[in-house]
Ligand binder design. Structure first.
Ligand SMILES: Nc1nc2c(ncn2[C@@H]2O[C@H](COP(=O)(O)OP(=O)(O)OP(=O)(O)O)[C@@H](O)[C@H]2O)c(=O)[nH]1
Ligand SMILES: [Mg+2]
Length: 370
């Protein structure tokens, strides 16, 4: 089988030669594959491409594809297309070029492909894997929380690392996903691609990896833009999944609840009650309305009757409290990470995650299948 190893680069001149050297050494130990390396460089101003060409003089299986800078996703798309159309790849590997991904783990990835996996993911969040100890608390939280949101938000928790770029997969999964992921130009491409591969039936394998900090050069990630794109992706995917299910009813019931909450708050405040009392009573009335409408309409196939209504109603209150905590937690997280001025965005985000939380709890816990 022919494997093509893709290394996306932007200003990696100080890293690329030692990366290539390591790859060549490791690939000599992988049995059952012929291989080539494809560096996809976006005309790096630091001269990354010259380093590659110099190295390639002694290694005819090392190739470079240059192009203009349109983001990591576009670079990967271009590289993967080239690997299949012009290099006859059966299997594609992908690693960061900044030495954060240790090539010595590669044989394990190929072993899993040979054993029948379709898509093998390098995982920092499984036993044997890790993120750098020396990362500051902000960076650690960013990495773990961001990844968990994708993992649970998309509903495939058995895959533990969604945001990394150390992977080996069979070419079919790229061919099937290509029309659907081509629009994701940035880092979110990685998530979209893995998600589509799973939806297309890929058997996913995981190899634990240690992610080491880059020693040279700079990170190209723009955190706020990345977070926004991740949420747009997860939100859209979720909506798409739910459009034909009970989600629309859930949304109608929620809107009614919101209206009840607001009306009661306004009425009580106007009749002289403290706003805290008004909002607590309003919220409880909304919870009651949500519970009964969801029970008799949204989830009527799994309707709860009789005395069982009491514990379920209490559980429902706890779930709503959970949504409230998620909302305030998200705002606290956002302002802690990025400063107070971003609170509105994180409020919206909190409401969004709260909705996913509620819907998941309703359908999986409160109105679960017998
Ligand atoms: N061709 C191309 N490569 C890119 C682009 N953006 C990032 N890369 C490469 O993609 C890989 C991962 O990017 P990094 O900036 O290291 O992102 P990261 O690993 O999440 O962040 P750090 O750990 O801070 O380095 C590196 O090899 C980059 O050179 C791009 O727009 N075009
Ligand atoms: Mg990196």
């Amino acid at each position: 089988m022919k494997a093509v190893i893709i290394l996306p680069t932007f200003n990696e001149r100080e890293n690329i030669t030692s990366m290539l050297t390591k790859l060549v050494t490791v690939m000599a130990t992988v049995k059952g594959y012929t291989y080539a390396i494809l560096v996809v460089d976006d005309n790096s101003p630091d001269g990354t491409a010259d380093e590659v060409r110099e190295f390639a003089k002694k290694h005819p299986n090392i190739h470079i594809l240059t192009g203009k800078k349109e983001g990591l996703g576009k670079a990967l798309l271009r590289g993967m297309t080239h690997a299949i159309d012009s290099m006859q790849a059966d299997v594609i590997a992908q690693l960061d070029a900044d030495l954060s991904h240790d090539p010595s783990a590669l044989p394990k990835f190929f072993q899993k492909i040979s054993n029948g996996d379709g898509f093998v993911v390098g995982s920092r969040y499984i036993p044997g894997g890790s993120i750098p100890e020396n990362w500051g608390i902000h960076r650690k939280i960013f990495s773990i929380v961001g990844n968990s949101i994708v993992r649970f938000g998309l509903g495939f928790p058995y895959v533990h690392d969604w945001t990394g770029g150390y992977r080996v997969f069979r070419k079919e999964y790229f061919e099937m996903a290509k029309p659907k992921v081509a629009r994701y130009s940035g880092y979110v491409y990685q998530i979209a691609f893995l998600h589509n591969a799973i939806l297309d039936g890929a058997k996913v394998g995981e190899v634990p990896i240690h992610f080491t900090d880059r020693k040279f050069g700079r990170s190209k990630i723009a955190p706020l833009q990345y977070i926004r794109n991740v949420f747009l992706y997860v939100g859209r995917a979720r909506l798409h999944q739910l459009r034909h299910g009970s989600f629309a009813k859930f949304a109608v019931v929620g809107t009614v609840g919101f209206t009840i909450n607001t009306t009661i708050l306004e009425l009580l405040v106007r009749s002289g009650f403290h706003p805290a009392v008004g909002s607590a009573l309003g919220a409880e009335c909304a919870i009651i309305s949500n519970f009964f409408f969801n029970n008799s309409w949204t989830f009527k196939g799994k309707k709860i009757h009789g005395l069982r209504l009491i514990p379920k109603f209490l559980q429902f209150n706890l779930t709503s409290l959970g949504a409230l905590l998620i909302q305030s937690g998200t705002v606290a997280f956002g302002t802690f990470m990025f400063g107070e001025e971003v609170y509105r965005w994180f409020y919206l985000l909190g409401v969004g995650i709260g909705l996913i939380w509620n819907y998941t709890m309703y359908s999986k816990v409160i109105w679960k299948n017998k």
